[in-house]
Design a protein around this ligand. Structure first.
Ligand code: TXA
Ligand code: MG
Length: 349
């Protein structure tokens, strides 16, 4: 029932793309690639179509969706007004992995915003996403195209695993380059508040608009009692089926501790997997060891994190022991997702 449509990023077949745009226009659900992760899109101005997204994902209705646009001008009709700093961000950081929250206008259905008086908008930097939105001629509401709670999809196969039979079209156009979701910044508060770290770093934001705030718990994903400002951040997230443990500290000590834990699991007959890095992978004389990427180039780890979590599941491991990485730059978003995947099960050495 679900159509899988392959598109070449470098030379998009406009016939096939036009068909996908028609599906969006007529109220259907289309999973499509963005530079961050795959999204599950519907016409953002059609409340019924948007409800279908929640159903397909099994997503709680109180978790608002991001509205995707293909050009800055399309934002005007979606919001009550554009604060100066928000327009600066749009000029310098769009298209890109940045979602900007502003006061919403009357045309945005409640289903999109979960009844909030604000709306998050983003212009993605992926040729297929941009062409799809442009051809559909409507803003496109889209959460990550995973079953609610599972790691976000970075390749079409992940989307097929989760949403086959539940959506009308899945576009396959290769892998999402960034690998982690957009940074969500709330421009209705002063200073701007980062509600979810992501593909755009705090330094990039501050270089542009001055100080921004971030709750320590929003930064590292740690649990706290108060109500999260991005409703989505309160739910269990990014969790593979396996239990995840994060080991944090100086790299040498981390590797030593992980070896000790893996040895213990092995002794107890429990199938454990290790998420290592290029720098440490040779230190583990065990099966089921995968490198997430290069510590000196955390973008490589961001790009692979969700993929390796899913890989561990398909290998059938019961416990995933993961090295923490430095939380500078995009490392902040990596650790936010990793700690959430672990349910804050973090060992400090
Ligand atoms: O990179 C991304 O952002 C991907 C791609 C597909 O664009 N989308 C994505 O959407 O990650 P989703 O729904 O998985 O995550 C959206 C996050 C949630 O934590 C949600 O609560 C928050 O943004 N959010 C959306 N609208 C909001 C609003 N008006 N106020 C506060 N938080 C909002
Ligand atoms: Mg999501």
């Amino acid at each position: 029932k679900t159509e899988i449509i392959a598109l070449d990023v470098n030379s998009i077949d406009m016939g096939k793309l036009g068909y996908c745009a028609e599906v969006i226009k007529s109220g259907g659900l289309v999973a499509f690639p963005t530079e961050t992760v795959y999204g599950l899109g519907a016409n953002a101005l059609d409340g019924n179509a948007v409800s279908g997204i929640f159903e397909a994902k099994g997503r709680p209705g109180d978790n608002p969706l991001i509205v995707h646009v293909a050009c800055k001008d399309s934002v005007n009709s979606l919001v009550a007004g554009i604060p100066y700093k928000a327009s600066l961000m749009m000029d310098k950081l769009w298209p890109g992995p940045l979602t900007i929250i502003m006061e919403k206008s009357g045309i945005v259905p409640d289903a999109v915003t979960a009844g909030l008086n604000t709306v998050g908008v983003r212009m993605p930097a992926h040729p297929v996403a941009l062409a799809l939105i442009r051809e559909a001629g409507v803003p496109v509401a889209a959460p990550s195209a995973n079953t609610s709670g599972l790691p976000s999809p970075t390749i079409a196969r992940h989307v097929i695993e989760d949403l086959q039979g539940k959506v009308h079209v899945i576009i396959d156009a290769g892998s999402a380059q960034v690998g982690l979701e957009s940074t969500v910044v709330d421009m209705t508060s002063v200073p701007p508040a980062v509600l979810r770290p992501g593909g755009i770093t705090l330094l990039q934001l501050e270089g542009l608009v001055g100080p921004v705030s971030i709750e320590p718990s929003d930064a590292d994903g740690a649990k706290k009692d108060s109500v999260p400002k991005a409703p989505g951040m309160k739910y269990t997230h990014y969790s593979p089926r396996a239990k995840v443990i994060v080991v944090e500290g100086e790299v040498k000590h981390v590797a030593f501790k992980i070896k000790e834990l893996a040895g213990e699991y092995k002794g107890r007959g429990i199938k454990a997997g290790i998420l290592a890095t290029r720098q440490t992978i040779d230190m583990y004389p065990f099966e089921n060891v995968i490198s997430m990427g290069d510590r000196d180039n955390p973008e490589t780890i961001a790009a692979r994190l969700f993929k390796v979590l899913r890989e561990m599941d398909s290998m059938g491991v019961q416990v995933i022991i993961s090295e923490a990485i430095d939380s500078a730059g995009i490392g902040l978003a990596v650790m936010n997702r990793m700690n959430k995947a672990a349910g804050y099960n973090i060992i400090r050495v």
